[in-house]
Write a protein that binds this ligand. Sequence first.
Ligand SMILES: Cc1cc2nc3c(=O)[nH]c(=O)nc-3n(C[C@H](O)[C@H](O)[C@H](O)COP(=O)(O)O)c2cc1C
Length: 200
Amino acid sequence: VTAQGRATVFLCGPRAGGNSDTAGLAFAAGLERAGLDPLVIRLREHEVEPCRGCGACAAGPGHRCPLEGDEAEGLFTSLAAAPVAAFASPIYFYHLPARFKAFIDRSQRHYERRLARQAAGAPLPPPRQAHALLVAGRREGRQLFTGALLTLRYFLWPFFLKLAEDPCLLRGRDAPGDLAADAQAVAAIVARGEAAGERG
Ligand SMILES: Cc1cc2nc3c(=O)[nH]c(=O)nc-3n(C[C@H](O)[C@H](O)[C@H](O)COP(=O)(O)O)c2cc1C
């Protein structure tokens, strides 16, 4: 892992121009204000095959994945090099949408690599910051974001990224323009991005 890559914002929703896009792009605008040049990745534009659980990646030394012909690994390269990363996603059925979850499952080879690296006593790099921006249509639901946040936390572990403790959790935004219509909420996300860029 190097820290020489670009700050990376993943737009993880299937709906182009939706609320999670608005959140992710506002965060990216904040990173720009902090002087960074963020890379914005629209996950829906990338081919990511779901993990088949074949177990090949558990075997060293390369922890190779037989599905490596698609685009997942290139996206992981950007993530591994990002000094700061953000994930903007809608909540689907109390969790993350299918392609994003497929992408997460494909990181299993990186999980295996980190386990092996630790077992070998290799030096570990310092953690970097990751930011969650999650949008839900419902206003209610105590556990609306619980599953998504847990998954993100463990997904990021192999990349030495630590989820910031104050995730941006937006409720009651359902129609595609709901967040964009709330200038105050958008400005708050830009400010979050700017602060993250200054810290990161
Ligand atoms: C398949 C599907 C499942 C959803 N599940 C939930 C849910 O469990 N809880 C919730 O509050 N909203 C749910 N929603 C609403 C979305 O979270 C909401 O519309 C959000 O603004 C979508 O983000 P986007 O505009 O970036 O697509 C669901 C929407 C879809 C299409």
